[in-house]
Write a protein that binds this ligand. Structure first.
Ligand code: ZN
Length: 345
């Protein structure tokens, strides 16, 4: 491994351009999402102008922070040759769309994001499919709350249009001094990609592998039917690559993709076991199982979480139960629009 710089965890959100490898800087941009704190944008120097991986949320503060950090590297936003975006979530994608309007910068993203970008329509609410899935998981009251929550002004204004180009699995982005290999890693979103610089030993991991948190699964306008199964497969894909430095979209750069993938696989194995145990104890729906499980590091009850976090929790459990049904551990059947699970006899 040609690791050059592994950072201290505590101060990863400190503004500015932080060198993480030769010709590569990490720029954290503050987010209006308390649990995430900031999103990392990576600037890769290239003769044709910097290539920027992810872009931040299209907000004035984020724009200023990106501009200030680029200036310390001798660049302005107009110099950016292209944005390569790991997935279509706003904190990664929307600022690139904003800057494109102004400078005509090329923006590319994984082809698998197309269905969710196409289906995006704020008039239908921000999480229309999630509301349906909550009902199917037996969480009617929560579904009503989510359906009745209007987008904030910040959310309504976010640009969410098509990119200039789609990136495909196996594609190689050739730069002057390096090549970036594109790998599809569906799960967090269906079209999520990671970028590998094999020669430099770097993985630009987006939200696929985060050092401190377990990424949410399938939170997008048009989720795929089996997002957790895809996610676990995508973790194994990275585990089968040579170990490299982990350059995540949230959190500090850490030395080993393998170490973190192993932790995430272990985490999901534990959650699968815990979910199966709750079904064995008689809880039959995603909502019942989620309500019976402890949440967050502080082991809080489901109804102590805010509605958005409750939604993520119930949908994550539903995804775990679905994987258990896939594996033949549980039986699943639908009754009155609600999916019920039982231990396979
Ligand atoms: Zn994301």
């Amino acid at each position: 491994m040609t690791a050059t710089s592994v950072e201290q965890a505590a101060d990863w959100t400190e503004p500015g351009a932080h060198p993480v490898a030769p010709g590569v800087h990490r720029i954290p941009l503050a987010l209006p999402i308390p649990t995430l704190h900031a999103v990392n944008v990576y600037v890769i120097e290239d003769d044709a102008g910097p290539v920027v991986v992810d872009s931040g949320w299209a907000m004035p503060d984020s724009r200023t922070a990106l501009e200030d950090a680029l200036r310390t590297l001798g660049h302005t936003p107009a110099d950016v040759a292209q944005f390569v975006v790991t997935h279509a979530h706003w904190d990664h994608y929307s600022q690139a769309l904003h800057l494109r309007e102004e400078f005509g910068t090329r923006v590319r993203i994984g082809r698998g994001e197309r269905p969710s970008i196409s289906a995006y329509d704020t008039r239908k609410g921000l999480h229309p499919r999630q509301v349906d899935l909550l009902r199917r998981a037996g969480a009617d009251a929560l579904a009503e709350v989510i359906a009745g929550t209007p987008p904030t002004r910040e959310e309504r204004k976010v640009p969410h249009t098509m990119p200039d180009g789609w990136l495909d699995d196996g594609e190689r982005i050739e730069l002057n001094a390096r090549g970036l290999d594109v790998f599809e890693t569906p799960g967090h979103t269906r079209g999520h990609i990671v970028l590998r610089d094999a020669a430099a030993g770097l993985l630009f991991a987006g939200d696929h592998i985060l050092p401190h948190i377990s990424p949410s699964i399938g939170l997008e306008t048009e989720p795929e039917p089996k997002p957790l199964r895809s996610y676990l497969d995508s973790l194994r894909l990275v585990r089968d690559m040579p170990d490299t430095l982990l350059l995540p979209a949230h959190g500090p750069v850490t030395p080993s993709t393998h170490v973190r993938v192993d932790e995430l696989l272990e985490h999901h194995a534990e959650r699968l076991d815990a979910a199966a145990a709750q079904v064995r104890a008689g809880h039959a729906t995603g909502f019942e199982v989620a309500a019976a499980m402890p949440w967050t590091r502080r082991k809080r009850r489901l109804d102590d979480l805010d509605a958005f976090s409750q939604m993520l929790a119930v949908l994550e459990i539903e995804a775990h139960l679905d994987v258990l049904a896939d594996r033949g551990v549980l039986d699943a059947h639908e009754e009155g629009g609600v999916r019920r699970y039982a231990v396979r006899a």
